[in-house]
Structure formats: structure tokens, C-alpha cells
Design a protein around this ligand. Sequence first.
Ligand SMILES: *Cc1c(COP(=O)(O)O)cnc(C)c1O
Length: 381
Amino acid sequence: MTENLSDMSPNGYIIINLEGLVANWNLLREKTAPGAECSAVLKANAYGAGLEQAATALRRAGCRTFFVALPQEGVRLRKVAPDATIYVLNGLYPGGEELYCEAMLRPVLGSKAELEDWGLFCRKRKVAIPSALHVDTGMNRLGVTMSEARWLANTPEMLSALDLKLVISHLACGDTPNAPQNQAQKQKFAEVAELFPQAKASLANSAGVLLGPDYHFDLVRPGIALFGGNPIPERPNPMATVASLHAMILQVRTVSPQETVGYGGQFTAAKPMRVATVSCGYADGFIRQAGSTDTTPGSVAYLGDIPCPVIGRVSMDVLAIDVSNCPQQTARRGVYVELLGEKASVDKAAQSAGTISYEFLTSLGRRFERRYFHSAAGKGL
Ligand SMILES: *Cc1c(COP(=O)(O)O)cnc(C)c1O
């Protein structure tokens, strides 16, 4: 039975272009200030792309330092990257010391309680285990305060127990180059970096890389840009597409004027239409708000080069697209449409759903299989 299932074409699939990922990392590395290191942030299963595959491709390309959010992600990463430096951004979870130590994960310590727990653990072990410090410069999410950072810098017995290799902070408005908060955070962070001359300093996420070299310090930490998201939405996207989503047409129907499509009857046909029902819904991670109503447009799918707007609400397992402009022989049962990809960019799709590329990418692939390819030609299926 399982054999029969695997013979069947899937309802949809996600292609992860690892060449694009590597090209994006290389581009960011070229933009990184001379002397600074370009790392990779692979949290949330590498933004939905697959942690192991992304890490393996990036290691081959020369990436040596990785960031994840959770220790469990770090443990997975360690298995495929035995010699990499791995930081856990969410810090030290209560009782997690042994796990971090065994997998050689470096916690990014973000509160006084974490500093104390890690310091205690290291002293008990009578060995300094590398870690990082997160200092808050305006995000108010994770990180010790400026005054706690000063306290730490002046407490040698604590410092020596921690073996701080890296000090980080995080930009709140990096995606908005003109936001005054960027400059303010950068200045605060420069102060922080001076407090810990023995550690490397890191402030920039993807957007921060594009803000310019004075944001780079010793190490940059891009995430979304590696996966093709546009770090600064008001500028053209310099990144290559990495993830594309293709789903199968189940049937094509004719809808007469004044008939509605989908739950709630939110979309009314103004003229005779051909409507394709596609095997992809919000249970697959396709954001429900990417649907459309009579007054608000939604996401746009592509069949070849022809745009096919999503019409009506996105259901749990299916959605509808307008294929009126497609030849009948192309828009038919069994054909795959591009819901996200080169033409249906994740930024546009996310915008139409009132969200950001980060959320769209990380929610995908609950049900779809991922297919990886490495060929630079952009073909390989
Ligand atoms: C997620 C994250 C990053 C990467 O951010 P992008 O905007 O995806 O490039 C960098 N640093 C920290 C602390 C993060 O949480």
C-alpha cells in the first residue's frame, strides 16, 4: 500500500534550491566588511528549508559559525556539523547545562539568571566552556541591560568562569534603513563591544549586513536573506529564490457571473470564469489570509508565465485560483502550479497575507515533501 502511495504524484512539493542558498551566502559574505566573518542563522529548521541540508551545503561553501534558536536544533545541527561553532540564540534553558556541554553548544546568555547558572556550572566543572553574551540595546526581548553588562565587565571572577567568545545585540528596525533606532543601537553596541575586548562582537542580521560595514563589527548573522527573503522590503531584492512551492490542480470548473467561490462566499465572479481547485491549504502551512475577497486581492499563483490570482478564502486542504487566462490544455487536472517561487515571490505572497516572508517560509512544509537540488542550472527534477 505504501508502495502504491509513493508511486502516486504528491499533492504538492517544495523545492529547496541549495545552489541559491550558497549563492546568497556568498553574496552576503562579499558584502561583509573585510576582516569580519559571515555566519548563518538556521533557526526554525533553517527557515523551513531543512536544517541538515542547509547546514551541509553552507559548510561546504565555507561557513563555520551557525546560530539556532533552540538547544534541540543545536543537537540536530551538531550531528551534521561536528566541527562547527554553534550558538543557541534563545540562551540557556533552565536545567539545560549538560545538554549544551555535551553537544558543544554555546548558549547566548541573555539574562543575569542565565549568566549565574552557566557560571556556576562552569565553575563546578572547573573548566571554562565557551559562551556568548546578549546585550539589549533597544529591542527589549532578550539580553542583559547595559548596566548589567557593565557589572559583568567589572566582575573578573564571573567573566573568567564564562569564557565569553562573542557579544551580540539585535536590531529592532534593521529592515527600515532610515529608522533612527538603527544608529542609536549601533552606538550603544559599540560601547558594549568595548567592554568585552576579549570577545568578538556581532550586531547585524540580514538587514544589518545591507545597512553597511559600520554595522558589521566582527561577525554578521544573516538568516532570512539566505533563504531568499528580501531583508529591506523598500529596496529591490538582491537575493536568489531558495524555496518554491508547487501544488497540483485537482479539477477545473466553470463559474458563472454572480456565483461565489469558497467559504463565506467572499469572492463573486464578475464574469464567466475558469477556476482551478488546487491541492494546498492552510493545513499545509499556506497562510489563510493569502486568500481574496471582492474588495481585497490575495496572493497570485503562476501557471507557466501566466498569473492566476487566488480567489476566495483559503480552505484547510485546498484553494482556488483563477485560470481564465490559461489555455485549457495547460490548466487541467494533475498539473502543478507555482504558489511560491521565482515568479510568486515569498515577499509578495506574505504581503498579500498581511505577514512577512519569515512567517510564510517557516509555516510551510507541514505536509509537503521537500526536494533538494544542487544544480546551478535551476533544473533538476
Ligand atoms: C533571527 C535572528 C537573526 C537573523 O535575522 P534575519 O532577519 O532573519 O536575518 C539574527 N540574530 C538574532 C538574535 C535573531 O533572533
